[in-house]
Write a protein that binds this ligand. Structure first.
Ligand code: ADP
Ligand code: MG
Ligand code: ZN
Length: 610
């Protein structure tokens, strides 16, 4: 084990870094600026927390929200790492005390709100200690293009300029658009940063769109099938939140609510009830969720379709941060479209803009709404649809969304494959994907005539197969290496080792394809739980899991922290699989570090061993 792996195991209890984490950590430890773009739940915090423990001085983490800071500092202290936050939730006394400790070097990691940076006390403090790194979390807040622009984020560089020595600067966000990324690099003046963007897919989330008149009945049914799980139900308006909340309360379900119409105090209490699992079900408008890092949210139900895919992905993405299988369900009705159009027409968020600018925004919002609506009515793979929206290429079939499970069938595509491969071969591997497809389809275009592909033996051979299907099969062949394309702008189709077997009638090919006719199919309960700990639990395991959950709750109450900060669902599930009988066995459980073992290990062992 190298040093960073030791830190990972000792404090966080994990044995392996996830995709991308190591590259970013190594960048920082090599003294370079670093910029990580990873989806929610990918584990960005560890990318600066691990190096923070290995670097000499203090790491300052800039974070936009009090709740986020609290959550992270809570988690660090649970793991035995001294950390603190400095923000407006502290009283003046608490603030000065924390600064005093910080000066004495008590904290390795300090979270600070951007507004604090340029204040006199803070500057004095910062100049009196060694700051080895500044980590900008939720870095998209620096960009006016982003949804959550925070002007005070622009002060970060003023602050850095005040320091005698420029610290390493690292930045992290889940927002991947080009403008935002450019802004972050430019405004933070990152110096040839180690840059990493990981894929946006969250393979532990399943996606479902349900259409049906009675939305509330759908929710009821879901809650009945999934008792005791924590989840969020998002509604488009306060009024709907109140209605759904009332109806659920009447059924004695432990539910709470959140929207901008409630007072500060009630909002905070309700949020805490949810986070601490006193009321594991939250009904809310989109005002809820920014800064919620609760890792054991098992489902997010949208009672109404949100206004765009960005919002949907962000809100639905609050499910399953611990990596365990979780569900994202959207209850769609055409009425949702009308409501969203109304909001777009009456949008008064941007009072400083002129008429022409407002018109541009309106058009853009309509366009986004349209894409969101397509999501709800498409027959294609929902995951693939979203990934394509964000500019990634998925695999057409994921097997873990309601369309893949209900709208797809296995189709024999051997003949189509032979046509495409045969055509590529017959034109001596000289043309690209489009020419091949047009040829077998028998298109009569200038290009086809110019290349004399209308004289090709395969011309028109698959005239009856629609072009989009030909394209799907072509993609399938490329993905599975039955064909390949040259790695240049021409993308010439080439044969591969595997092409031959198909042509020589040795191999028949099948693939999943969207059914022609939409079906009123029920969502199958066949969920893909690929490689997850909880998938492996049998009945006895489930029972143990519940016992461990009860113990976790007890401890959380003693410690006054949310249960998931004691151990995550994933860690409990892993305990049920491994059933550790000793300290050394307990330490092999993912999420059990030395510090947490000392605090809680034996209590959990005693429940497992009986
Ligand atoms: P992000 O900020 O990218 O949304 P977080 O940093 O909040 O994600 O991490 C999400 C969850 O993943 C946390 O519960 C964290 O403990 C867990 N996690 C992070 N890195 C690892 C790892 N290497 N192995 C296992 N779990 C991890
Ligand atoms: Mg984060
Ligand atoms: Zn799918």
């Amino acid at each position: 084990m190298n040093v960073k792996e030791q830190v990972l195991k000792k404090y966080f209890g994990y044995t392996q870094f996830r995709t991308g984490q190591e590259i970013l950590i190594d960048g920082i430890l090599a003294g370079q600026d670093t910029f990580g773009v990873m989806p929610t739940g990918a584990g960005k915090s560890l990318c600066y927390q691990v190096p923070a423990l290995l670097l000499e001085g203090i790491t300052l983490v800039i974070s936009p929200l009090i709740s986020l800071m609290k959550d992270q500092v809570g988690a660090l202290n649970q793991a035995g790492i001294h950390a603190a936050y400095l923000n407006s939730s502290l009283t003046v006394n608490q603030y000065y005390k924390a600064l005093e400790y910080a000066k004495q070097g008590v904290y390795k990691i300090i979270y600070v709100a951007p507004e604090r940076l340029m204040t006199e006390e803070f500057l004095n403090f910062a100049k009196s200690v060694t700051i080895s790194m500044i980590s900008v979390d939720e870095a998209h807040c620096i960009s006016q293009w982003g949804q959550d622009f925070r002007p005070s984020y622009l002060k970060i560089m003023d602050f850095v300029e005040q320091l005698d020595k420029r610290p390493i600067i690292s930045a992290f966000t889940a927002t991947a658009t080009k403008e935002v990324k450019e802004d972050i690099v430019n405004i933070l003046k990152l110096e040839s940063p180690t840059l990493l963007t990981t894929g946006f897919d969250r393979d532990n989330l399943s996606y479902t769109v349900q259409t049906g008149k009675d939305k509330f009945a759908a929710v009821e049914k879901y809650l009945e099938d999934n008792p005791d799980k924590s989840g969020i139900i998002y509604c488009l308006t306060r009024k709907t939140v109140e209605e759904v909340y009332e109806k659920l309360s009447k059924k004695n379900i432990a539910v709470t609510k959140y929207h901008a119409g409630l007072g500060d105090k009630e909002r905070k209490e309700n949020q805490d009830d949810f986070i601490y699992d006193n009321k594991p079900l939250m009904v809310a408008t989109n005002a809820f969720g920014m800064g919620i890092d609760k890792s054991n949210v098992r489902f997010v139900i949208h009672y109404n379709m949100p206004k765009n895919i960005e919002s949907y992905y962000q809100e639905a993405g609050r499910a399953g941060r611990d990596g365990e299988p979780s569900e994202c369900i959207l209850l769609y009705s055409p009425q949702d479209v009308v409501m969203n159009q109304f909001f777009i027409d009456h949008n008064r968020d941007n009072t400083e803009l002129n008429e022409a600018e407002l018109e541009v925004i309106k058009e853009r919002d309509y366009e986004r709404l349209k894409k969101m609506t397509y999501y709800c009515i498409t027959n294609e793979c929902l995951r693939d649809y979203v990934l394509r929206y964000f500019g990634e290429y998925g695999a057409n079939y994921c097997g873990n969304c309601s369309n893949c499970l209900n709208q797809y069938e296995t189709v024999d595509v051997t003949d189509v494959a032979r046509g495409l491969i045969g055509c590529a071969s017959a034109c001596r591997q000289r043309y690209g994907v489009n020419v091949i497809i047009d040829t077998v389809h028998g298109a009569n275009t200038a290009k086809i005539r110019q290349y004399r592909m209308n004289e090709n033996a395969h011309y028109g051979e698959l005239a009856k197969t629609p072009t989009y299907k030909l394209r799907q099969v072509m993609n399938y062949l490329l993905l599975n290496e039955y064909l390949s394309v040259t790695n240049d702008e021409y993308m010439i189709v080439k044969l591969t080792e595997k092409s031959k077997a198909v042509m020589e009638e040795e191999e028949s090919l099948t693939m999943k394809m969207a059914k022609e006719q939409e079906q009123e199919a029920k969502v199958k309960k066949e969920k893909k739980k690929k490689g997850s700990a909880s998938a492996e639990l049998d009945e006895a395991g489930e029972e143990l899991f519940e016992k461990l959950r009860a113990l976790r709750r007890e401890i959380a109450q003693e410690e006054k922290v949310p249960p998931y900060l004691v151990f995550s669902d994933k860690t409990l599930a892993h305990m049920c699989v491994i059933k550790p009988k000793s300290k050394s066995e307990m330490l092999t459980v993912s999420g059990v570090g030395e510090f947490k073992y000392e605090k809680y290990g034996e209590r959990f062992l005693s429940v497992i061993i009986v």
